[in-house]
Design a protein around this ligand. Structure first.
Ligand code: SF4
Length: 947
């Protein structure tokens, strides 16, 4: 046996690339005999969250079976390391309950009756329906609705080739509020923090355990900490991340912007800000506040106006609002100022996604970066667009000239993403219908608020003509589809991905492991489903084939985008698509491949990832080239324009790229907000969330002078709601679960399978001595759910919490369901719009070809809380404000664990109350939304105007 050194310096890290064709390990099942097993190691990319970490599939040379997944050391972002969900891919691909063949319903929608069909029949059915809709000018009735994207640009290109405005996404229940806060400053809607080189890191998310790109980010946060950086975490809940921090700031939910602005005030008042940076890179000259206009005034007078404006945000005021001690606020503000350009932070979901006005914490956080000059710097805040690389495919279609009001309705002109969670209400209001609907790795009945309204929409064939659920697993939404179409997991599909994981740009290539290995050995496949389990397909080939089915003879102009660049008139293959892109659109890749005697495609198949560059800082300072300056003009504010579009800005006499904002600078002052009817929000501000204590008092009909109904309507409790009022935090992630597709991943569910109600001991006492395990009833504005209590000091008093990752359910007991993660339920509509659900049987071990299913030892599937939440569209960002005001009491006699009740008539009424607070378009010039604000699958400029 090897003598291992105690410091681990002689431990193997990951199998070296030169041994991937024949990696040898001892067979653990043969122990204590030393039997060697030989493996092919094939790189691919994890599909279990947005991080896109590199996986290595271990394929047994004897039988061609994938036996495990570990990290790919050649992947620049994940560097060979994975979270629990990466290796659990093995459970997903061998799941005996997964969808293996295309299935078609043969009873009423939702009846659970299915028969197997063929891919050809699917293509013919959808191809002809979509063709007819497009030819009749009803392209908006075709909608693609994505849950977890897992690929860059393929769908944008496909939908634009079809000429429709049909892309819908889950983003408005996920991250749009934070995105608005960021993009108002600099156009990019996400940060790319350089944690590894930071001196101070402030997390308003749980990035050591979850959150966006968390495995790659967690590694860099720890790198930063090991190099001496301090870590502060602002979170009402003691997350695992907060437990690792130097400072935990447990805020009362929704008050985070007050704390951040108090920190800004300290930095301003104590003159600790980077005045040279602010003078050079903010649009301070546009500032108009409290009667002061900076036009023609000095920079110092603008700073004085800012100091006066933020004078109300004293640390004491912030303490009163948030509960975070004033002296802690001051201390951290000073540490942030001391870190200067090496201050990194992240805000994603959390306070941004939970609260009314959740876009303001992101905006206030950016103010701290601007004050410290930590934008675009080593160790600071960089822009996602600088660190994410999306190569251009061959033949990009022109933008669509149509606008779909079901996606971007006029009430929310500043929403960064589609108002997807309101779709059932839009159809109920008669705003349109859907002819062909694709839900793709997406389970809105379960993951969205107000899931019963989704059921009502999906079962109505007038509203939704034809629905295909593209999914690897059965789900609550697939249940109400007409077709369930099996899509592949990490090792069964092609995709190209890139994320802003660190100070560098990279691409990762997901590939179907069996197909790649068998083709290496000389076999040939026309389609990936021929080498996958059952007839599991990959989406690239599905969309290519569907496009041919829509336009079989090319007369609609669609097919041309799905023909091979190498064999004119023949169908595009995945090798054509990615091979062309790697040859032409990834700088440095052809040269790197050539050095090894490979084509770029062979290189990507061999390594699975490629780092494009590390030259990513201060992209705003890039000089405009002479060619770019030809025929350009400079306006009085210094903005450089060409053909009527801004392309840069003159800074200190030099024309540089700047930022993609109207002023081409960081927008301290947003004229856009004033132009679009929100003049009170031209600067970063704090206003109270819909769950603020003043709103709670008002909901009980008690006098509440502080309650301001300008932005959130007063809550109206249904008759049955009793008990004290609390704020429910419903959106924290469990680090090892993945919403729907981890359903039958035993390695994950045996770690987490309960989502109890977190209650602070003070509150437990106030409620009459609640103890862990007691049965509680939680009332929302539209219904209730029943679950167990967990008494813990891990969150602030006045707040309860419940993870949204659990509570899966199934209507069928055994067939076409996921048995390991869901409770078998009785689901009934007991009156018009009144829904009841009761658990009949919890999780049990069962026989299947996978021995793991007999080893299921737990019985709890959790409780589905999201389905009891009404929609709360933020009047500005449009994002669903997830936090709920709830009333909590002990369960009554007759209540059972997992009981759920909802009245969708009430949910429609709540929707109407929130909608009334929005300030609809048109904006200046008859625009539907500002031209400069990005939009997913952006249409032509002409479509932005009301006709
Ligand atoms: S963080 Fe985990 S789930 Fe996400 S891609 Fe990486 S290994 Fe997969």
């Amino acid at each position: 046996m090897t003598d291992f050194k105690r410091d681990g310096s002689n431990l193997a890290y990951c199998p070296p690339v030169e041994k991937w064709d024949d990696w040898v390990e001892l067979d653990p099942e043969a122990w204590p005999r030393r039997v060697e097993k030989h493996y092919d190691l094939v790189p691919t990319v994890c599909f279990n969250c947005e991080s896109a970490c590199g996986l290595l599939a271990y394929v047994d040379k004897e039988n061609g079976k994938v036996i495990k997944f570990e990290g790919n050391p050649m992947h620049p972002a994940s560097r060979g390391r994975l979270c629990a969900k990466g290796p659990a891919t093995i459970n997903q691909i061998h799941d005996p309950d997964r969808v293996l063949y295309p299935m078609k319903r043969n009873g009423p929608r939702g009846s659970g009756k299915w028969t197997r069909t063929t891919w050809d029949e699917v293509l013919e059915t959808f191809g002809s329906r979509i063709r007819k809709a497009i030819q009749e000018g009803r392209g908006e009735e075709v909608m693609y609705h994505v849950g977890r994207p897992g690929a860059d640009f393929v769908m944008e290109r496909t939908l634009q080739a079809w000429g429709i405005d049909g892309h819908n996404s889950h983003t408005n229940v996920c991250s749009s509020s934070a995105r608005l806060g960021y993009l108002l400053w600099h156009y990019s809607d996400r940060p790319s923090p350089d944690h590894a080189n930071a001196r101070f890191i402030l997390l308003m998310s749980a990035h050591l355990e979850s959150g966006h790109y968390f495995n790659p980010h967690a590694q860099r946060i720890i790198d930063g900490k090991m190099a001496g950086a301090k870590l502060a975490v602002m979170d009402p809940r003691l997350s695992n991340t907060a437990s690792m921090a130097d400072y935990w700031m447990p805020t009362y939910p929704g008050t985070e912007a007050a704390v951040l602005l108090a920190m800004a005030k300290v930095i301003l008042d104590e003159n600790r800000f980077d005045s040279a940076f602010m003078r050079k890179w903010t649009n301070w000259e546009d500032l108009e506040v409290d009667g002061f206009s900076a036009k023609g005034q000095s920079f110092e007078s603008a700073i004085d106006a800012l100091k006066k404006h933020y004078a109300k945000f004293t640390p004491q005021f912030a303490e009163k609002e948030s509960g975070v001690k004033a002296d802690v606020i001051v201390k951290i503000a000073r540490e942030i100022a001391a870190a200067g350009s090496r201050f990194a932070s992240h805000l994603w979901r959390g306070s941004a996604s939970g609260n009314l006005g959740g876009w303001q914490p992101a905006r206030a956080l950016m103010l701290l970066h601007v004050l410290t000059g930590s934008v675009g710097t080593e160790g600071g805040h960089n822009l996602n667009a600088w660190n994410k690389f999306v190569p251009k495919p061959y033949k990009v279609p022109p933008p669509q000239t149509r606008w779909n009001e079901l996606l971007y309705p006029q009430e929310w002109p500043l929403c960064t993403h589609e108002m997807s969670f309101l779709l059932p209400h839009f159809l109920k209001e008669g705003r349109g219908r859907i002819e062909a609907y694709f839900t793709r790795v997406f389970n809105p009945v379960w993951t969205y608020p107000d899931g019963f309204s989704w059921i009502e929409m999906l079962r109505d064939e007038e509203k939704v003509g034809l629905h295909a659920a593209l999914t690897p697993t059965w789900s609550e939404t697939a249940w109400f589809a007409d077709y369930v179409l099996p899509m592949g997991f990490s090792s069964e599909r092609h995709d190209l991905m890139s994320q802003e994981s660190y100070a560098g740009r990279w691409i990762g290539f997901r590939q179907p492991v069996n197909r790649v290995l068998r083709e290496r050995k000389g076999e040939k496949f026309e389609y990936t489903y021929q080498s996958n389990p059952g007839e599991v397909w990959e989406e690239d080939e599905f969309w290519i084939s569907l496009s041919w089915a829509i336009d079989p003879d090319g007369s609609m102009g669609i097919r041309q985008y799905f023909e091979s660049p190498y064999r004119p008139g023949e169908k595009l293959t995945v090798d054509d698509y990615y091979g062309w892109m790697f040859d032409h659109s990834v700088p440095g890749l052809p040269e790197a491949a050539k050095k090894e005697g490979l084509t770029p495609l062979q290189y990507m198949r061999k390594y699975g990832a490629f780092e494009v560059t590390r030259d990513v800082y201060k992209q705003n300072e890039k000089a405009l080239s002479e060619a770019e300056l030809v025929d350009s003009k400079v306006d009085p504010s210094g903005v450089v324009t060409k053909s009527g579009k801004a392309i840069g800005v003159v800074v200190e006499g030099k024309p540089v790229v700047g930022y993609n904002t109207p002023s081409r600078k960081l927008e301290l002052f947003s004229k856009t907000m004033a132009d679009w009817k929100w003049p009170e929000f031209t600067l970063p501000e704090y206003y109270r969330s819909h769950i603020h204590r003043s709103a709670q008092t008002a909901s009980l009909g008690e006098p509440s002078e502080d309650f301001d109904p300008t932005y959130a309507p007063k809550v109206e409790w249904p008759e049955h709601a009793k008990g004290d009022v609390y704020t429910l935090l419903p959106i924290f992630r469990l680090p090892n679960l993945i919403h729907t597709r981890s359903g039958n991943a035993k390695f994950l569910y045996e770690i987490s399978h309960k989502n109890p109600l977190w209650i602070n001991p003070e509150d437990a006492k106030r409620m009459g001595g609640i103890r862990t395990g007691d049965l509680m009833k939680v009332h929302t504005e539209i219904g209730y759910f029943v679950l167990h209590a967990w008494v813990t000091e891990g969150l602030v008093p006045g707040v309860v919490a419940c993870s949204h990752h659990l509570g899966r359910w199934r209507v069928n007991k055994d067939d076409q369901v996921e048995r390991m993660s869901s409770a078998w339920v009785d689901l009934k509509e007991v009156g018009k719009g009144q829904w009841k659900m009761r658990q009949l049987e919890s999780v049990l071990p069962y026989d299947s070809p996978d021995p793991e299913t007999k080893r299921v030892w737990w019985s709890d599937a959790g409780v589905h809380q999201d389905i009891t939440f009404p929609v709360h569209p933020d009047p500005v960002s449009g994002m669903h404000c997830w936090h709920q005001m709830v009333r909590v009491e002990r369960a009554h006699t007759g209540d059972r664990y997992g009981d759920i009740f909802v009245d969708t008539n009430l949910s429609f009424a709540v929707y109407q109350r929130w909608k009334a607070l929005a300030r609809p378009a048109p904006g200046p010039g008859g625009l539907r939304r500002p031209l400069w604000i990005p939009r997913v699958v952006r249409p032509a400029d002409s479509a932005y105007y009301f006709k």
